[in-house]
Ligand binder design. Structure first.
Ligand SMILES: C[C@](O)(C(=O)O)[C@H](CC(=O)O)C(=O)O
Ligand SMILES: [Mg+2]
Length: 301
C-alpha cells in the first residue's frame, strides 16, 4: 500500500551491490509512477527517469526547457512508488558548478538512487539528434567534480554521460570518459555509440558502463546478451514504454473515430482487475479494516 518502504539509501546500496555483481541491469523508463509499479512487477532491476519523457509528458521537446523542480518532482513521485532503484537524467545539471551541486542535493532529496550529468552545451538536445555540441574538458570535469562533491550520501551513484562520440569522434570520447572517471564519476554513459566494439572501449576504463537502447536513434537495438558480452553493466530503454503507450493510444483513438465505440479495443486494454492489482486496492481495504477493528468499530469486517 502507498509508497515503497525501502529508504533511498537502502535502494542506493542495493544498486551499487548489483553493479558489483557483474550482471547486466535492465532499467526500462518509467513514464509515470504507475509504470514504475509495472516495471517492478515484471522483475526488472531498476527504473529510469528520462529527461525526454519528463519533457514529452509536459508536451515539450527535449531541448533543455524543463526545470530542476519539474524533473525532481517527477523523479520523486516515481522513486517513492517502487522498491527498485531509480536512475534519473539530470541533463547538463541545470547550470554550472554551483547549480549542479544544488541539482544533486535536490535529486538526492527526491530519493533517487543515481543520476547522470552530461557534457553537452546548454541548451542541450536529445543525444541522437544532429547538431549537438559538447563543452570543453574543463567545464565537463567541473560538472562532475561539483556533482560528486555535493552528494551527502556517498552511495548516490553519479554517472557521467558524454555526448562526445558523435561530435569529436570515438578516441576523443574515450579520452573524455577517462578524464570524467578520474574526476570521480562512478559510472559512464557514452551516448550514441555506433557499434558493440565501441562499448568495449568504454568498459575497459574500469567503471560500469550504460547502454542507451532508445528507438529511432543512432544506436542499433542490441540484445541483452550482446550488450553483456560487450561489457555493458546497465541498459536503459528510456522512452520505450511511452512510445508503446502512445502508439496504443493513437490506434484506439483512430478506432473510436472510425467505429464510434471502443468495444473493438477492449481486448488490448489492461483490465480493471489488473490495474487494481498494480495499485494494490486490496492492501488499502485491509489497512482500513485493520484500523477499524483495532479502534473497536463494530461494523469492521
Ligand atoms: C536518454 C535520453 O537522454 C532521455 O532523456 O531519455 C534521450 C533519449 C531519446 O531522446 O531517445 C537521449 O538523449 O538519448
Ligand atoms: Mg535526456
Amino acid at each position: 500500500m502507498l509508497y515503497s518502504t525501502l529508504t533511498p539509501s537502502a535502494k542506493r546500496r542495493a544498486l551499487r551491490a548489483r553493479l558489483r555483481s557483474g550482471e547486466l541491469l535492465e532499467l526500462p523508463g518509467a513514464f509515470n509512477p504507475l509504470a514504475a509499479r509495472l516495471i517492478q512487477d515484471k522483475g526488472f532491476d531498476g527504473v529510469y527517469v528520462s529527461g525526454a519523457v519528463v519533457a514529452a509528458d509536459l508536451g515539450l521537446p527535449d531541448v533543455g526547457l524543463t526545470t530542476l523542480t519539474e524533473v525532481a518532482t517527477r523523479a520523486g513521485q516515481i522513486a517513492r512508488m517502487t522498491d527498485l532503484p531509480a536512475l534519473v537524467d539530470a541533463d547538463t545539471g541545470f547550470g554550472e558548478a554551483m547549480s549542479m551541486a544544488r541539482t544533486v542535493q535536490t535529486l538526492e532529496d527526491a530519493g533517487v538512487a543515481g543520476l547522470h550529468v552530461e557534457d553537452q552545451v546548454n541548451p542541450k538536445r536529445c543525444g541522437h539528434l544532429d547538431g549537438k555540441q559538447v563543452v570543453d574538458d574543463v567545464v565537463a570535469l567541473q560538472r562532475v567534480r561539483a556533482a560528486v562533491g555535493a552528494r551527502r550520501d556517498p552511495d548516490l551513484l553519479v554517472m557521467a554521460r558524454t555526448d562526445a562520440r558523435g561530435v569529436l569522434g570515438l578516441d576523443a570520447a574515450v579520452d573524455r570518459a577517462r578524464a570524467l572517471v578520474d574526476a570521480g564519476a562512478d559510472a559512464l554513459f557514452p551516448e550514441a555509440l555506433t557499434g558493440l566494439d565501441e562499448y568495449e572501449r568504454f568498459a575497459a576504463l574500469g567503471v560500469p558502463v550504460l547502454a542507451n537502447m532508445t528507438e529511432f536513434g543512432k544506436t542499433t537495438l542490441y540484445t541483452r546478451d550482446q550488450l553483456r558480452d560487450a561489457g555493458v553493466a546497465v541498459v536503459i530503454y528510456p522512452v520505450s514504454l511511452l512510445r508503446v503507450a502512445m502508439g496504443a493510444a493513437e490506434r484506439a483513438l483512430d478506432a473510436l473515430r472510425a467505429e464510434g465505440s471502443l468495444a473493438s479495443q477492449v481486448p488490448a486494454m489492461q483490465t480493471r482487475a489488473r490495474l487494481y492489482e498494480l495499485l494494490d486496492y486490496a492492501g488499502y481495504a485491509g489497512f482500513d479494516d485493520g484500523v477499524a477493528r483495532a479502534a473497536g468499530d463494530p461494523s469492521a469486517p
